[in-house]
Design a protein around this ligand. Sequence first.
Ligand code: AMP
Ligand code: GLY
Length: 420
Amino acid sequence: MRVLVIGNGGREHAIVTKLAQSKRVSQIYCAPGNAGTAILAENVAIGVSEQERLAEFAIANAIDLTIVGPEVPLIEGIVDQFELLNLPIFGPRKAAAIIEGSKTFAKEMMQKYAIPTAKYQVFTNSNEALAYVRQEGAPIVIKADGLAAGKGVVVAQTLAEAEQAIVEAMDEKVFGDAGDQVVIEEYLTGQEISLMAFVDGTTAIPMVISQDHKPVFDGDKGPNTGGMGTYSPVPQIADEIVQQAIDTIIYPMVDAFHQEGIVYKGVLYAGLMITDEGPKVIEFNARFGDPETQVVLPRLKTDLVDVFLAVIEGRLGELKIEWSDQAAVCVVMTSPGYPGSYPSGLEITFPEQIDSHTIVIHAGTKEQDGKAVTAGGRVLGVTALGSTIQESQKRAYETVEKIRFEGAHYRKDIAAKAIL
Ligand code: AMP
Ligand code: GLY
């Protein structure tokens, strides 16, 4: 089977790595890919939003299966375009991907179908938004409605921070059009988990859970990022809580799409806060999480191609998906300055030998004159497997410490919440 993976981040390198283990796969292409995917796949210089060129490539190269990694092409409708041409593709259509493309749409769906989430109000006028936060007080959460690369959310601890976030998003337009409308919501407390499920339109099969670390610095300090590291399983969250989240959030959401006449096929990602009142939704994404995928897919025992085809063909109900008991920890290494501005093109040096339980997943890297250089905010995700979280954590950090590029930053406390 010839497969094409669209995207160039750590998530896509993790997907390519898993596909390379499948007996059913003979050739992998990655568009546009990075210096890591280039090792296992052939990188193709086509951008994620170049729908027509991607479809032409799939036809010309007899691609049997295309997998879409990032949200942007999904929201732009790449799946609809491929389906029109009868090209098999994994991911939700445009009408379904809006669950991630508009926070207002997501909130309205949750309200309509009584899916637990934070209380909220939507604003298109900054004066009204300011009046609302003055009335509600802090802490409070300000979210740009549209896509902002994981950076459009401000958890304001003070009223001044909330006011500043509103002015920046709505008046100064720091997120462009994404901030024309904002969702202001109740501040929730508890531990966060990421619960992803494969969905084939009617059946949902949950994956094992993971925990991300959004803020840039240790102890969850500093601005939010796309994700600084993950681990799976999350032993401090009881199985009954996970089951409650599946029963009150994942299954009802899949039914809600069905009732709305929207076909949802692909990965449904729920970012959850485990509050005293039970799990509540922080966000939905229409794709695999990044860096959640880097710890979840290494634990998948079932052939990933079988899962993708079952989703596309609506046969998930016939499939048994199996997971390993191993623990996985992923530590993300970033460029200096991220999530603000950062330099590119810094040479990365790797140790000659990497422990056999560890893989270095590339995110923002590219090949230049035969060398890997930095080419993004999140540069690498070092993922290690072990029999316990402690063992995986130790292995991941041992490799992280041996990788060098100028100004490299990483959190030193990934998975610390699991190790009491
Ligand atoms: P999001 O991009 O929606 O996942 O939000 C980024 C991060 O902001 C989340 O991972 C949470 O840590 C935090 N966050 C978002 N919404 C809330 C909320 N209602 N209460 C507390 N923290 C939140
Ligand atoms: N790691 C969070 C996300 O993928 O949105």
